[in-house]
Design a protein around this ligand. Structure first.
Ligand SMILES: Nc1ncnc2c1ncn2[C@@H]1O[C@H](COP(=O)(O)OP(=O)(O)OP(=O)(O)O)[C@@H](O)[C@H]1O
Ligand SMILES: [Mg+2]
Length: 330
C-alpha cells in the first residue's frame, strides 16, 4: 500500500482537473507526469517519516521525564562495620522530592488564558499563582521523625495501611528519598514555615550537593553489610531468566538450583519454552505477575546479601506457593 499510493496521485489530480471543466492537453499531461515522477520517491518515504517522527516524540517525552526527575542525594549512606549488634539504622525525615507534577489540563488552560487576558490581569494572575506555589515544609515530608533500628539476625515485618509509607521507608533505606535534617528544617523556619518556589529550589540545591553529607556523623542511614532489595512492582531486566537471577554474579550451580527450588520456580522453568534461557521481554511482558515476583525474589535470594529488604514480595502469589516460599526463603 505504501508503495502503491503515490501511483494514485496522477489519477486523483487528473480526475479533479477534468471534473472542474478543464481540458487535458498533451503538454499539460506530460509536464504533470514528469512532476509526479519527481515527487513519487519522497511521497513513498512520507509514511516512514511520520513513523520516525512519532517515535522521536515518544522517546523525547521519556527522556525529558527522566531528565526532570529529582536527583538522588549522594553520600547519604554510612557503611559501618561494627562489632555492635546494629545491622541497620535510619533516623530523620524523608521526602519524595519537591517537584510538582504538572497537570496537563491546567497547563492548557493557562496557555489559553495567557493569549487572551490583558497585561494587568496577567500580572495579577502571575502573582496569585506564584503565591500558590509556596509549600509548607510539613507537606513535602513523607516520613516524619523516623527512628528505625534493626539488630543483626532480626526478621522484621512492617504492617500498615495502604499509603502509610511502608514502601517509602524501604526506598529511603536504598537512598531514593531525600533526607531533610531537623536543623535544616529549623533554619527554614520550622515545619509550619511556607517556602516559595525559589526558596525550595535553594533548599533542594543545598541538600543535594555532594558536600552536604561530607561529615560522617550527619549521615542518616547506617548500614552494616550488603543490601538486596525486592521492589513492590517486580523489576525485571530484558534478559534471560538465568541472567535476571544471577544479576552479573558468577554461576554457582548448587546455589542456583537451591534458589530456584526455594522460590518455587521449578514448575515455571519446565513450562517456559527455553527453561531458564527464556528471554524475558521488556518489563517482564511474557511472564505472569506471580512469575515476575518469584524471579525478582530469586535475584535477592541468590545475592546472599547481609540485609534483604522485601516489599510485599508474596502478595501476587497463591496461598499454597506463598506458604512454601515463606517456609523456604524467610
Ligand atoms: N514515587 C512517588 N513519588 C511521590 N510520592 C510518592 C511516591 N510513592 C509514594 N508516594 C507517596 O508516599 C506516601 C506513602 O506511600 P507508600 O507507597 O510508601 O505507601 P505503602 O504503605 O507502601 O502503600 P501500599 O500498602 O499501597 O504499598 C503516599 O502518600 C504516596 O502518595
Ligand atoms: Mg507499598
Amino acid at each position: 500500500m505504501i508503495y502503491f499510493w503515490p501511483n494514485l496521485l496522477p489519477i486523483a489530480v487528473f480526475s479533479t482537473y477534468i471534473f472542474f471543466g478543464n481540458s487535458m492537453t498533451l503538454s499539460v499531461a506530460v509536464a504533470s507526469l514528469i512532476l509526479f515522477g519527481l515527487v513519487k520517491d519522497p511521497m513513498t518515504e512520507l509514511p516512514f517519516f511520520f513513523k520516525s517522527w512519532l517515535e522521536m516524540m515518544v522517546s523525547n517525552r521519556r527522556i525529558q521525564k527522566f531528565m526532570l526527575c529529582d536527583e538522588v542525594q549522594p553520600n547519604i549512606h554510612k557503611k559501618v562495620d561494627e562489632a555492635g549488634m546494629t545491622a541497620l539504622s535510619v533516623v530523620g525525615n524523608f521526602s519524595w522530592g519537591f517537584s510538582e507534577k504538572k497537570d496537563k489540563k491546567k497547563e492548557e488552560e493557562k496557555k489559553k488564558y495567557k493569549k487572551t487576558a490583558k497585561k494587568a490581569v496577567k500580572e495579577e494572575s502571575k502573582q496569585i499563582s506564584e503565591a500558590k506555589k509556596s509549600k509548607k515544609i510539613s507537606s513535602i515530608i513523607t516520613l516524619k521523625d523516623v527512628n528505625f533500628q534493626v539488630r543483626k539476625g532480626e526478621f522484621i515485618c512492617i504492617i500498615g495501611d495502604v499509603g502509610s509509607g511502608k514502601t517509602s521507608l524501604l526506598k529511603s533505606i536504598v537512598g531514593d528519598l531525600i533526607y531533610l535534617a531537623e536543623d535544616e528544617i529549623a533554619r527554614c523556619g520550622g515545619r509550619d514555615a511556607e517556602l516559595e518556589e525559589t526558596q525550595l529550589d535553594a533548599l533542594r540545591k543545598k541538600i543535594l550537593a555532594p558536600e552536604y553529607f561530607e561529615s560522617e556523623a550527619n549521615k542518616p542511614i547506617k548500614i552494616d553489610g550488603k543490601v538486596a532489595y525486592v521492589e513492590q512492582n517486580p523489576w525485571i531486566q530484558n534478559k534471560t531468566i538465568r541472567e535476571n537471577i544471577l544479576f552479573d554474579k558468577p554461576l554457582d550451580k548448587t546455589k542456583y538450583v537451591r534458589t530456584i527450588e526455594a522460590c518455587q520456580l521449578e514448575r515455571d522453568l519446565e513450562i517456559l519454552p527455553a527453561g531458564d534461557a527464556t528471554e524475558i521481554g521488556e518489563k517482564g511482558i511474557n511472564l505472569s505477575g506471580g512469575q515476575k515476583a518469584r524471579v525478582s525474589l530469586a535475584r535477592a535470594v541468590y545475592q546472599e546479601a547481609d540485609i534483604i529488604l522485601m516489599d510485599d514480595p508474596i502478595s501476587a502469589l497463591d496461598a499454597n506457593v506463598k506458604k512454601k516460599i515463606f517456609k523456604e526463603v524467610f
